[in-house]
Write a protein that binds this ligand. Sequence first.
Ligand SMILES: [Mn+2]
Length: 387
Amino acid sequence: MLSSWWITQLALLISPTTSLARDIIFPSIDPLQVNLASPRHPSEDDLSEATIYAGLTTFANLPWRHCLSSEDHIEQYDIAFLGAPFDTATTGRPGTRFGPTGIRLGSRRISPFASWSPYAKDSSFFDWARIVDCGDAPLTFLDNTVALRQLLKAHQAISGRTANASHVASVPRVITLGGDHTTTLAALRSTIDHWGPVSVIHFDSHIDTWDPKILGGGISHYAGLNHGTFLHIAHEEGLILNTSAHAGIRAPVMNKKHDWRNDRRCGFEITTAREIDKIGVAGIIEKLKARVGDSNVYITVDIDVLDPAYAPGTGTAEVGGWTTRELLSILDGLEGLKVIGADVVEVSPAYDNAGETTVLAAAEVALSLMGLMVHTPVKPLKQTDDV
Ligand SMILES: [Mn+2]
């Protein structure tokens, strides 16, 4: 038998009109989002909009879209962020499956509220492009082959929708938040459908063009596809052009001659980390731009291109790298290139520090990549002007 006190308590719990209920109308279960149309701080009486620290965490407080929905019609977009929580093809410390979440956490202070950079004339958030966060691709952590196929399907689904500003560019572009570097292969397998083979600008301390026979393939064919061989495989599959470039290289290779020769064969020119001491940021920018010319470009940023002082949260850290400021200046200096896809990968929050040094850097890198895309719309190969 319940006591009358308990009956009263239960009534209070289940009754929405109880006098003890707080006078708050809760928002719908849709994620709270910063209103891009009219960014402002919510008033005391309006709890339906997020502040930059409230609501579900999307990249840079961008609106979330269920881009992977089977629905044909969802609200359209032009640039989409996609998380790739994957770390089972790494040769170093694992943990990048938490990278997408880490980068989004690092991006909390970035938002349309305050997006007028002292380095850029305009805000990338308020230009022609509608930019969204599509959440993460659902990837198995038990089978790399299947996971990469799942990621490819996610890329194809997102870029398979008609863009919002279709008169500008009919195919949406994707910025991936990784994930170990193998995830870039899935992106390149998707971009070729819309933009053909592309030049890759590869920011990394490692070359990542290792011959699968040397790195992993001696164990099994399956092991030959990993975060140190994916660029070799991208070359073999005809996904990339011979006008590709590495930037920030400093890690040693395993074979005195073969690795460097094979790297050139895969289409890459090397800019080492220490070249910045001779030619400066401007020289690096000039060299990269000259290398890729007018071709379509995919930019992939392995966060280990930064010195571990600036990015400790990664799996295969190499000392002697660039500073965050140098990297951001170089990226912003690539303005004008036809960037058809991009990613920031190898972010492993478990090795980051209390100050979130790595994820803050990765978030700014992703923002710079977004700026490059907004600045230069790129039509796909098959776009007709009457789309
Ligand atoms: Mn890499």
